[in-house]
Design a protein around this ligand. Structure first.
Ligand SMILES: *Cc1c(COP(=O)(O)O)cnc(C)c1O
Length: 369
């Protein structure tokens, strides 16, 4: 190792970077491994870009506040919801002292952001019923942020609203309850946004990456009380939102943009129901998790074999077997399939059948029975 790599902070040397879907697998022509939306509208950019943008572009903040049904003072825009997670941890958690609570299997960035900021993680796995283990959460020490993902990535389930309000009451003066609603458009009636009026310790994360089909734009929102938003604004970079990003985000949030989003949500929800039925009909699938989002988690015998067998036919899906808390759900091997376009889902069903036909042939020819 050259001496330059020794210059990094010890905590940075120890970090294992997040293995994003894009990093961990390349190639393939059908990407069903990052919960992106394949039904993508096209956008046009106009104008010149010689001026620095507003830190929080007022038109964009107003458009999202209107869409979400909150006041502009309750909205922060950031480079994806991922930056919202990072800002919450940096603004509210004292390194080396405070902890976040995570409830796996769940989205990986809460733990990664905490770790890179030297903030502790209290791990409280979901129960076998895919609900929060409230007694265990309440016993956690030095808790500043409780991350709840609903619909949960990768299981697709909703966390019961009564459990969220119980935590909001319990932590009223001591911690923030962060509800990650990255996929809420696929089940909009489940949003907790109405609870913001009652609970100043509620924080909601949103994004344009999933239902709005703008993962490449990097645009997310944090909804919270003006006190929380004020703290985050102290920590955010001076110009986080590039002018073209604000321009395209405003187009996505226009009446036409929202209408297109609702259409693609309806299509994806139908495709998900059809794919879930198909998966449930396969003897090789032990369990199809009931999903409220644009992906489905499948428990299988050998997740790596599935990912490789499907990738060999140009289709990428994601192995989620390294998630914590799977044993409590009674499985160890799981793959997550993002719902793509109708044509992509037809190719996927074909690929799964081809993969299983090959497995059967291999088994027969190797003499095992
Ligand atoms: C995709 C995702 C995010 C991050 O969204 P970006 O806005 O693209 O950063 C946050 N939370 C969950 C649960 C996600 O799946």
């Amino acid at each position: 190792m050259s001496s330059i790599s020794n210059l990094a902070r010890d905590s940075v040397k120890a970090l294992v970077p997040y293995a994003s879907a894009r990093l961990s697998m390349s190639g393939g022509s059908v990407w069903l491994n990052a919960n992106e939306n394949a039904l993508a509208p096209e956008y046009q950019l106009n104008g010149s870009f010689n001026r620095y943008p507003d830190c929080q572009p007022p038109a964009l903040i107003a458009a999202y506040a209107d869409y979400a049904g909150v006041a502009p003072e309750q909205v922060l825009v950031s480079r994806g919801a991922d930056e919202g997670i990072e800002l919450l941890i940096r603004s509210f958690c004292e390194p080396g002292t405070d902890n976040i609570v995570i409830c796996p299997p769940t989205y990986g960035m809460y733990a990664i952001s905490a770790q890179s900021n030297q903030v502790g993680r209290t791990v409280v796995p979901l129960t076998a019923e895919l609900t929060l283990d409230l007694p265990a959460i309440k016993q956690s020490q030095q808790t500043k942020l409780v991350f709840i993902c609903s619909p949960n990535n990768p299981t697709g389930d909703l966390i019961p609203r009564s459990q969220i309000t119980e935590l909001l009451e319990f932590y009223r003066d001591s911690a923030l309850v962060v509800v990650d609603e990255a996929y809420i458009e696929f089940v909009s009636e489940a949003s907790t946004v109405d609870l913001l009026a009652q609970y100043p310790n509620l924080v909601i994360l949103r994004t344009l990456s999933k239902a709005f089909a703008l993962a490449g734009l990097r645009c997310g929102f944090t909804l919270a009380s003006p006190e929380v938003i004020g703290a985050l604004k102290k920590m955010i970079a001076p110009y986080p939102i590039a002018a073209p990003v604000a321009d395209i985000a405003a187009q996505a949030l226009s009446a036409t943009g929202q209408q297109r989003m609702h259409q693609s949500v309806a299509t994806i929800n139908e495709l998900r129901a059809a794919f879930s039925r198909f998966a449930a009909s396969l003897p090789q699938v032990h369990r199809v998790f009931n999903s409220n989002a644009n992906y489905v988690l499948l428990a299988v015998e050998d997740a790596a074999a599935w990912v490789q067998g499907i990738a060999a036919q140009g289709i990428l899906i994601r192995n989620q077997s390294s998630q914590l808390g799977l044993d409590r759900l009674g499985c160890t091997q799981v793959v997550r399939v993002s719902i793509g376009s109708p044509a992509e889902m037809a190719l996927l069903e074909q690929a799964i059948q081809t993969f299983w036909a090959q497995q059967a042939t291999n088994t027969r020819s190797s003499g095992e029975q």
